[in-house]
Design a protein around this ligand. Structure first.
Ligand SMILES: [Zn+2]
Length: 287
């Protein structure tokens, strides 16, 4: 191989040809450097484009992640808000229980309160757990409120079935307890109250119930007995007229008879008895 190469440069406009003497080594080095340069340029260009694409992808992912984080934060705040609302509901329910005297320790469900919101530290798993806990708590609250409703209904029912007030307009002429019989002079138990009133004065039932007996007896004359449930019965005697039938449902305040003087009676009055579990008790405590 020749040691030198002769390069002939021909200027476009020139007349003279310029020969250039270059060593083969230098020429080869030149070609090699040129190729290396092209290679390096291609590599950096590719590298730049590739990084540029990666960077844009990274930016897009960053925006996406940030938006997802905001979604998670919103979700966490929603969960916290729901927990607080449930807490408020539980407090309201506890107040209703207190007002209604329904305090029953076994049925009281503790008020669950969420901690301070710290959205940054919540993972999707945490949130899912909190949502599950909320669902359980909502179900418990539903059951608890059903209990309150049932207990209130029971209380209303008991209250409506408990004798209350006067069964007629009049004045007390004889009390509950031992007294001398106006007929025999012997001391006997008077199992009710006597309320003196004019014949025909309306007799009203003192609690909701069902008419159990409508009868005439030589002692009590025309009598109505009403069963109220919860162990209560009331009796209305010496009526001039009975106005109800056996089995009839009656509401407190409804007319069931008229004051009279039937049976063993010394004048028009209502003999009124209250029985609890079959035992006569003093009706005055219900007036
Ligand atoms: Zn009497």
């Amino acid at each position: 191989m020749a040691k030198y190469l002769k390069l002939i440069l021909v200027p476009e406009s020139g007349h003279r040809v310029k020969p250039l003497r270059v060593s083969t080594f230098l020429f080869s080095l030149g070609i090699f450097s040129l190729l290396c340069g092209i290679g390096l340029f291609a590599f950096f260009a590719w590298s730049y484009v590739s990084h540029r694409i990666d960077y844009e992808e990274l930016q897009r992912l960053r925006v996406e992640t940030s938006s997802q984080r905001q979604d998670v934060q919103r979700l966490v705040l929603d969960v916290e808000r729901l927990q607080q609302e449930l807490g408020t509901l539980a407090i309201a329910e506890a107040r209703i229980r207190q007002l209604a005297n329904l305090e029953d320790e076994r049925r009281l469900i503790p008020i669950a309160m969420g901690g301070q919101p710290d959205p940054a530290s919540h993972s999707i798993g945490d949130i899912q757990q909190q949502i599950n806990a909320l669902q359980i708590e909502i179900e418990m609250r539903r059951q608890s409120q059903q209990d309150v409703r049932n207990l209130l209904n029971d209380q209303i029912s008991i209250s409506r079935s408990t004798p209350k007030g006067w069964p007629t307009r009049g004045w007390l002429s004889s009390y509950f307890g031992q007294r001398k019989s106006p007929f025999t002079g012997r001391t006997v138990m008077h199992e009710g109250l006597d309320i003196a009133a004019n014949t025909g004065t309306p007799v009203t039932v003192t609690a909701d119930g069902i008419v159990a007996r409508v009868e005439y007896s030589p002692t009590y004359g025309n009598t109505v007995v009403v069963d109220h449930g919860y162990g209560y019965q009331t009796l209305y005697a010496h009526n001039s007229r009975n106005l109800v039938k056996v089995g009839q449902r009656v509401k407190r305040g409804e007319r069931i008879a008229q004051v009279g003087n039937t049976g063993m009676s010394t004048g028009p009055h209502l003999h009124y008895e209250v029985h609890l579990n079959g035992v006569p008790i003093n009706p005055r405590i219900f007036l």
